[in-house]
Design a protein around this ligand. Sequence first.
Ligand code: AMP
Length: 584
Amino acid sequence: MRSPGPQGPAGEAPPPALTDHDAVRATFSWRQAREQLAGLPGGRLNIAHEALDRHLGTPTAERIAMRFLPRQGEPVDISYRALAERANRFANLLAALGVKPGDRVYGIAHRTPDLYAAALGTLKHGGVFTPLFSAFGPEPIRSRVEIGEPVVLVTTERLYRRKIADWIGETPSAQRVLLIGEVAEAPPGTLDAGQAMSEQSPDYATRPMAPEDPALLHFTSGTTGRPKGAIHVHEAVVAHHVTGRYALDLQPRDIYWCTADPGWVTGTSYGIIAPLTNGVTMVVDEEEFDAERWYRILEQERVTVWYTAPTAIRMLMKLGPALARRHDLSALRFLASVGEPLNPEAVHWGRATLGRPFHDNWWQTETGGIMIANVAGMPIKPGSMGRPVPGIEAAVARRTDDGIELVKDPAETGELALKTPWPSMFRGYLHEEARYRKCFVGDWYLTGDLARRDEDGYFWFIGRADDVIKSSGHLIGPFEVESVLMEHPAVAEAGVIGVPDEVAGETVKAFVSLKPGHAPDEALRREILGLARKRLGPAVAPRQVEFRERLPRTRSGKIMRRLLRARELGLPEGDTSTLEGGRE
Ligand code: AMP
């Protein structure tokens, strides 16, 4: 019925890495955590050294690092040694192209081994890697390229032709475009990376980096303005490694599947780095969500640790337990979820249908790694994000005139705050120092999430303090969507909000008012939706567009999304004293 997984049968489940959360918390220090890693001479380190090189003198070298499942065809197994060699070829290619340490390399491609080799090869060479979601439309890609000015873009021929070729000549940065995967004919100005890598040596001396040297740049969205580029440094690997162990319970014999795309921070921190530093076998599926396929992967690959997202879990739940029960899922020993609130029913469903409960955990692009988790060996509170992992202090804070006040009352809601520093904390928003500084009050980083802490120290997610939208786990900035809608010649103003959706958590809904001379009819609605889909891509574009004669604005002219949302959902309108023209 099934082929054995890459490592053979999982056998007895090992005891969890974190059996006594309180005891580990009490004695934990980041300095000691760093000693779990190899480091490089002179206090230096490199994420890729920890992920790959340090295993090479050990039996892990011949273990399967990645079992790649192509859309069609047979799985491809890549050992730690072979992955290191691929990354080395990529690093050598960067060197041959004159790429210098600190230069940015963007990856815009679906999941294939060469994307992972590019990420790790960039890190080896001391470059800064930025993954972008391949389902983005041309607009989000372009704006992120303009902000981050990469010297190299790694993509595929198809994505290049469809989403990049039209505008790349107008951006002075991206001097090199490397095409991974099948290349039928490299368009002018691009290079067939597979061919070029095959001409490079498989040996490369990984560059020793200072712990504070930038390694990764992850884009995220805010309420206003352009996307924000969160800078992470090589030291972050300490947090990736220990949280992989503590919050995901990764252990060397595990077969681990993180379903997140490396285009998002989860798919990098826990889809590339943490599994490799912990020496596990990671499953990488090229295909997008497909319930039958996913159950088949869990069964056939004998996945032991599975890290996924509430939207996917809800889609599986919707299809019912019968499908799950047709598969032998007995290898699963630890299930975790991140990215959006996980309903208590999903935790119970996991237990009843998959044989294990889901462990919810919380973090965000800026934190670089898991901060709050229902860890193994600690009772799960369904609906709660869990407790801070060792090394992390979290609190609920109330903003005051001269700073913040920490909330003690377990019934009270406030902003979720984290005590600085920790290794994977972002070190800046690229080119936006003031925006970065605004996130901190004294020793505390304010996350923009509203939460409550109960009497047992478990944190409960309440909502966002701002207007960003979470759809299928993807954080979407309303401003980015509104800007594209405004490009339509008929649109006068646009306001974008998230509306609840049973499966995706929220979906994007746009309200637009039209310029004089345009009629709000179905044809125009479709045209606007079509433009948004084409420019933004389906993951970011609104699902609905509704016409309004005018949109509520503050006296200073800002569209009041909060009010649009309240009206749409029948919620209390709150303070409308700043509404243009007073209350309507
Ligand atoms: P991102 O930076 O794209 O990873 O999005 C981070 C945001 O996702 C957080 O600030 C939260 O608003 C939300 N989020 C992440 N994990 C959880 C969780 N376990 N429960 C509720 N919301 C979450």
